[in-house]
Design a protein around this ligand. Structure first.
Ligand code: SF4
Length: 406
């Protein structure tokens, strides 16, 4: 089978992950080693017309328009070295024993095939994962060799995101870090108990958390100029949401640890979708709104200074679905104690609904040259004012706002 046919075959079972850095965008369906699943809706056909040929080609090959750190969007090839796997994760279409054709690339072939697409202007970056064959160490080695060939032989200077295999060794991680922009280790579940129900052959701490810790140890203790572009890569992870009874509290408590202790750039939350001919095929798909609330909350940890204790969990340990978690916090803490925007610290500003890091910095800049007296002053500096009105004072006065009709 030629390489284009292999890419197409892989893309039939896997679609591209959401943009690398887009926020609050619905996540893909659950991901086998980071490759989200296609929509399983019968008879779903992409529109084919002259106007959509390029988009159709991208979809056929598994190319996704991904937003890079810094904001640039590039066409990213998301693919696998092999769709064969000796493990049997309960949710995965590539699990051992499931029927279906498997395809495999050699590292040199993958690198050359990617470069052919790159030189043709079809892709600008690659996200490379793999099923596990002859053990994780061997598979990680093949992933690393692919990245090395791209950098050293083909002098590829673009974006490489490599998936870390469960149980990869520290020296392998160090090698990978020299060639890539991003490494990701999918925890899939928030703890060992839940993981055993999803992926019984994966060891939560030893195989999944430990590699993220080792990457952070290298970033902390070894000079970043060893990285191909003078910096060490960022890290991400992904959780499958809603398959095995895990609570939001469990997911977010692990996410908070990862953001604060091993400095991941992002936790992805992927709503569970059942895959035919897998042990979890009988389960219902999980609620996408839950996934959205988890994203919102994880960004409160990462960008807004919130802690787990700030969040309004139900008795069952889940977030209320009907309300934005930041708004819920503000309603119970700020409604009767509005924040004076002319005096608040940055961290206080970030707690106000409608004010993000950019808005907080704009307010701080504006205060250096004058007093913010009314809502129009905020609008003039580009701050969204719709949601903040009930929670702020401007020069000692509350802005007028209409109470919600409930
Ligand atoms: S290790 Fe698990 S999730 Fe990854 S490809 Fe194999 S069966 Fe799928």
């Amino acid at each position: 089978m030629d390489s284009i046919s292999k890419f197409k075959h892989l893309a039939e079972n896997a679609v591209l992950e959401p943009a690398e850095e887009t926020s609050l965008r619905p996540a893909p369906q659950l991901a086998p080693c980071g490759i989200p699943l296609t929509d399983q809706t019968p008879n779903r056909q992409p529109p084919i017309s002259k106007q959509t040929q390029a988009a159709s080609l991208h979809k056929d090959l598994g190319i996704h328009h991904a937003k890079m750190p810094g904001g640039k969007t590039i066409p990213l090839l998301k693919t696998m070295l092999t769709s064969a796997c000796e493990r049997n994760c309960y949710y995965c279409p590539f699990r051992a024993g499931r029927s279906g054709r498997r395809v495999t690339f050699k590292p040199e072939e993958m690198a050359q095939s990617f470069m052919d697409l790159y030189r043709a202007g079809v892709v600008e970056g690659i996200f490379l994962s793999s099923g596990i064959i002859k053990g994780s160490i061997n598979t990680q080695e093949r992933l690393n060799i692919t990245a090395e060939i791209l950098r050293k032989k083909h002098h590829f200077g673009g974006y490489i995101h490599l998936k870390v295999m469960p149980g990869a060794e520290k020296e392998q991680l160090r090698q990978a870090m020299r060639y890539v922009n991003r490494l990701s280790v999918n925890l899939e579940a928030p703890n060992d108990k839940r993981l055993a129900l999803l992926a019984p052959k994966k060891q939560f701490l030893a195989e999944l958390v430990r590699p993220l810790q080792m990457i952070e140890e290298i970033r902390q203790n070894e000079p970043g100029h060893m990285g191909w572009n003078g910096r060490w890569p960022s890290t991400t992870t992904q959780f499958v949401v809603g398959a095995v009874g895990e609570t939001d509290l469990e997911l977010l408590s692990t996410s908070e640890y990862l953001y604060k202790q091993v400095r991941i750039a992002r936790a992805y939350f992927s709503s569970f979708r059942p895959v035919a001919d897998t042990p979890l095929e009988h389960l219902p798909p999980s609620n996408r709104l839950r996934e959205h609330r988890l994203y919102q909350t994880s960004f409160l940890f990462r960008d807004y200074g919130f802690d787990l204790e700030d969040l309004p969990f139900t008795q069952e340990g889940n977030l209320p679905l009907e309300i934005d978690p930041k708004l819920a916090w503000a309603q119970s803490h700020l409604q009767d104690n509005p924040v004076e925007l002319n005096r608040a610290e940055r961290q206080e500003l970030l707690r106000i609904p409608g004010i993000g890091p950019w808005g907080a910095d704009s307010i701080l800049s504006a205060r250096r040259v004058g007093t913010l007296r009314d809502i129009d002053d905020l609008r003039h500096i580009g701050v969204q004012t719709k949601r903040l009105k009930p929670f702020v004072l401007l020069d000692g006065k509350r802005p007028t706002f209409q109470l919600p009709l409930w």
